[in-house]
Design a protein around this ligand. Structure first.
Ligand code: HEM
Length: 422
């Protein structure tokens, strides 16, 4: 990527909220310059409304290179998740809501072990028909409209339906509230979503909603087991251990956020990228079944729906000759690693025919690698197959991006297409 002559290192401040309101292309340009000139760098504390200034946070290191992000992700003995996973510090109660995502071994291993089997590629393969059925329905419902906000019509609906089936919440009043709460959870930097009450009030509201639903559902499934994930969670054991109620609730709070938001944004990014690069769309449409798997991987690399995760150092360490101290925060910038010139051939080209795409969209490997990756891949795959066989001329307009440093989110995406038979 060419970096504008006017852009200087001194002018880049990723700790500022205003940086995250810049257009994506400008942020990519800034990270390109950072990767080139100072791939490991220190920032002042992130501007945040989540903690009062007197409890103010420490600054943080950033890793921007693919190899460094992978090494840190695979070294949890030094790079701990237990102190929090986002670049901003948060009240301890909110970190606790992130369940085992914000834990280290051995507790992380136990809790992830219990949840793992439900999300294993083998299990997801079993669910393939069911996930594909939801994708088919959602696309079928949108076709006659000929145009709409793609986020509202598809991106929000599909993960919500999958989530509903997963938890046996179909037709349940609590579904809409749960999905709405999940949507707000990662949006604490976006004034439109936060509203007048401020980010902490928003977080409290989200927490209460998810907490209450989780408690009720766990109780209901204990009394009347069903064929759903909550029944699994209340019954399953790993190495002789069961999840406690608090563990189940925290996992339930994490899940709609980890699953809904990420898949929602990635489906919007998919249609956006395939509209911005019509020659790539033509390639996909020419052979949807043959090219969809690499298209999914390239869309994940290209969009990087999760922009960062953070670790905290348990020991002094050195990355690229930069010395860091125990207790320092280190932020792993996945989108930057997914555009690292040393790791990728033509990183700024969107190419659905790339052969090997070992991207960082689900993390850099290691114990926290995305538990839902098989499910997310299957959902995107099904959606792309349905869209690009049924309405291949779908064309996205100007996206409205979420202001956020954690999620690469799209709030609205106008789109038009030719209704079937049109
Ligand atoms: C395109 C969609 C998705 C993306 C881009 C994504 C990305 C990520 C990333 C970057 C991490 C952190 C990795 C790390 O710290 O090393 C993560 C963790 C996680 N994801 Fe996903 N995710 C997606 C979909 C899902 C879905 C559908 C689910 C659930 C069904 C899910 C459940 C989780 C869980 C539970 C964790 C925590 C794992 C742990 O700490 O052990 N994700 N995801």
């Amino acid at each position: 990527m060419l970096v504008a002559m006017s852009l200087s290192l001194e002018s880049i401040d990723i700790a500022a909220k205003s940086f995250w309101a810049l257009p994506l292309s400008e942020r990519d340009e800034a990270f390109t310059l950072l990767r080139r000139e100072t791939p490991v760098f220190w920032s002042r504390p992130a501007e945040s409304d989540l903690l009062p200034p007197e409890m103010s946070q420490k600054g943080f290191w950033s890793l921007t290179k693919f190899d460094d992000i992978r090494s840190a992700s695979r070294n949890p003995k030094i790079f701990s998740s237990a102190e929090g996973i986002s670049m901003e510090d948060m009240p301890k109660e909110i970190t606790a809501m992130q369940s085992f995502m914000a834990m280290d071994a051995p507790r992380h291993t136990q809790l992830r072990g219990i949840a793992h089997q439900a999300f294993s590629p083998r299990n997801v393969k079993r669910l393939q028909g069911w996930i594909h059925g939801h994708a088919r329905d959602v696309v079928k419902e949108m076709i006659p409209k000929g145009g709409a906000d793609f986020v509202k019509e598809v991106s929000l609906k599909l993960p919500a339906r999958i989530f509903a089936s997963f938890f046996g919440l179909e037709g349940d009043d609590r579904l809409e509230k749960t999905v709405d709460a999940a949507m707000k959870f990662q949006a604490w930097n976006d004034p439109e979503v936060v509203g007048e009450g401020g980010p902490l009030a928003l977080m409290a509201e989200v927490f209460m909603t998810l907490h209450q639903t989780a408690r009720e559902l766990a109780q209901e499934r204990r009394e009347n087991p069903g064929d759903d994930l909550m029944t699994w969670l209340v019954q399953a054991e790993f190495e002789g251990q069961k999840m406690t109620d608090e563990d189940i609730i925290a996992f339930f709070v994490l899940l709609p956020v980890a699953a809904n938001d990420t898949t929602r944004h990635s489906s919007a990014h998919a249609v956006l990228a395939l509209s911005q690069f019509p020659e790539q769309r033509a390639l996909l449409v020419e052979d949807v079944e043959g090219r969809v798997d690499t298209a999914v991987e390239e869309i994940l690399r290209w969009s990087s729906p999760v922009l960062h995760m953070r670790r905290t150092l348990l020991e002094d360490t050195v990355v690229r000759d930069v010395e860091m101290k125990a207790g320092d925060k280190v932020v792993l910038w996945y989108r930057s690693g997914n555009r690292d010139e040393d790791a990728w051939d033509r990183p700024f080209e969107f190419d659905i025919t790339r052969e090997k795409i070992p991207h960082l969209a689900f993390g850099g490997g290691g114990p926290h690698f995305c538990l839902g990756n098989a499910l997310a891949r299957q959902m995107l795959r099904s959606l792309l197959v349905e869209i690009y066989t049924q309405i291949p001329d779908i064309e996205a307009g100007e996206p409205d991006f979420l202001v956020a440093n954690l999620m690469n989110g799209i709030k609205r995406l106008p789109a038009t297409w030719t209704p079937a038979g049109g």
